[in-house]
Write a protein that binds this ligand. Structure first.
Ligand SMILES: [Fe+2]
Ligand SMILES: [Fe+2]
Length: 494
């Protein structure tokens, strides 16, 4: 009998299995079976959460899950679910995410991450009871606790469940948080510098080269794939004077992070990142006084601004090595203000459908533009209000599924939001809560105490934490404008 234990053998395979010779067809079979398994796990999790154990819904869901897992185990001689930088692998094959299974995937991913589980190996055919115990244990305990995995293993042991071997995530062994943050900061500064050079050159009528920009986008993609939070946190810097450049980089980071959630491949993320970085390149052909005008625009000035999408396409042709630019960058430059119902600008002559990349960039663009300070927008909306508006105001013309995925990425209160807590403390949202049900309870840095004394750097608290009586220790009452308190959000992240 195998004991549940933290360590896992690298690849323990039954002798009759030869995974190295997996053919294309086998791979798609694993992918299909893997998806069915994940959906069955999600279904069972929901049933266990919603109904009492003896309910037939629970029984059916567990039977389905048991079936799926036993099938996979029998066919491949092994069954390993692995979590790696936001992706799920079943027996080494990465599962493709699409909009249909998005919710179940992200739920399961977030739950395994919160439980500090990197690998779940099914070591012997599990019974419905084994699954029931595992899912209940995973679902209990919502606190982020460094000993979480050890306590889960203890509970499985106590219940006599020996079908599963759980292991920690691989990336926890790697570099520490400080190093990751430094790397993110370097990438961000470097990206802004390169973008500045590029936009200035286009403005002067030069022919900048694409090489450096490509390298910048590649490093952003690498970093979002390995550690999303550090780079997304830096988008809060939103420097007033450097708006044009930081905006391009922020939209690039948000678009890549969103694309990653939607399961795009690395190559697709490169193209998406490049397209996002260039989305407003046409603005470099609009006179600066018009771009920065504070009071109302004349018709002529508005016409100039509204021409930046097609001016962007022209500007892209001007770039050296333009033939290496994905043609989608031109489409994005042209379409990003069009809106899916085509009520935006430019008005297309014939009916058309906005490309997926354009829709992704439009969401990232709206969010960053509305939360930034610019000459004509001295009081930006709070990030939380912007998200709610993007979701609820149909006239904004955002793709609702993408907005939902974006909120899943940023949380209801995005990183950098200033919040007032029911303890009368002030907090800055530091990171999204890894527990999926806790989108409105992020990890917050407490930056002032009940009396209003500023604390520096301030303690990090998890708003999902409860006291002895089961009540949440802290809850957000409302969001506030950092300017009112003289707080520079970027200082807490840079
Ligand atoms: Fe634009
Ligand atoms: Fe923009």
């Amino acid at each position: 009998m195998t004991e549940p234990r933290a360590a896992r053998p690298t690849t323990t395979l039954a002798p009759n299995v030869v995974p190295s010779s997996i053919t294309g067809t086998d791979e798609s079979l694993v992918r299909r079976a893997g998806r069915a398994l994940v959906l069955a796990m999600h279904g069972a999790l929901r049933a266990v959460k919603l109904y009492p154990v003896e309910n037939t819904a629970v029984e059916t869901a567990l039977a389905e899950l048991t079936n799926q897992s036993q099938e996979l185990l029998k066919r491949h001689g092994e069954l390993e679910i692995r979590v790696s930088t936001e992706f799920l692998f079943v027996n080494g094959t990465r599962l493709r995410l699409d909009l249909d299974n998005f919710a179940s995937f992200s739920h399961l991913l977030a739950m395994l991450r919160a439980a500090e589980i990197g690998t779940l190996t099914v070591a012997q055919p599990p019974t419905p009871k084994d699954w029931l115990v595992l899912l209940s244990v995973l679902q209990s305990g919502t606190q982020s606790d460094p000993e979480r995995l050890a306590s889960i293993l203890g509970k499985l042991e106590a219940a006599g469940v020996r079908a599963f071997i759980l292991g920690p995530p691989a990336e926890m062994v790697g570099e520490d948080r400080g190093q990751a943050k430094d790397r993110a900061r370097r990438t961000y500064t470097q990206s802004v510098a390169v973008t500045k050079e590029l936009i200035t050159s286009v403005r002067m009528g030069g022919a900048p080269s694409l090489r450096k920009v490509k390298r910048v986008v590649q490093s952003i993609v690498e970093q979002v794939l390995s550690d999303e939070t550090s780079l997304v946190g830096l988008t809060t810097i939103r420097d007033y004077d450097e708006y044009t450049f930081t905006h391009s980089i922020n939209v690039c980071i948000f678009a890549i992070a969103l694309g990653k959630r939607l399961g795009l491949t690395k190559m697709q993320l490169y193209d998406l990142g490049l397209s996002a970085l260039f989305h407003d390149i046409g603005k470099s052909r609009v006179p600066e006084p018009v771009l920065n005008k504070v009071a109302g625009l004349t018709d002529e000035e508005w016409r100039l601004i509204a021409s930046h999408p097609w001016l962007g396409v022209l500007a892209l042709f001007q770039i050296r090595g333009a033939q290496e630019l994905p043609y989608r960058a031109m489409i994005v430059a042209h379409e990003h203000h069009m809106k899916p119902d085509l009520t935006g600008y430019p008005r297309p002559v014939r009916p058309r459908r906005m490309s997926m990349f354009s829709k992704i960039v439009a969401v990232a663009d709206s969010f960053d533009a509305a939360t930034s300070r610019r000459t004509y927008q001295t009081v930006p909306m709070s990030p939380a209000d912007v998200l709610a508006e993007m979701r609820d105001n149909k006239r904004r013309g955002m793709d609702p599924v993408l907005v939902k995925a974006f909120i899943n990425l940023t949380g209801v209160y995005p990183v950098g939001t200033l919040v007032v807590l029911d303890t009368f403390e002030l907090g800055l949202v530091h990171a999204i809560n890894p527990i999926p049900d806790m989108l409105s309870r992020p990890i917050v840095r407490v930056i002032s105490d009940q009396q209003g004394n500023m604390l520096h750097p301030g303690e990090l608290v998890d708003l999902a934490d409860r006291d002895e009586s089961g009540e949440f220790r802290r809850t957000i009452i409302k969001t506030e404008n950092p300017d009112r308190y003289g707080i520079r959000v970027g200082d807490y992240f840079a």
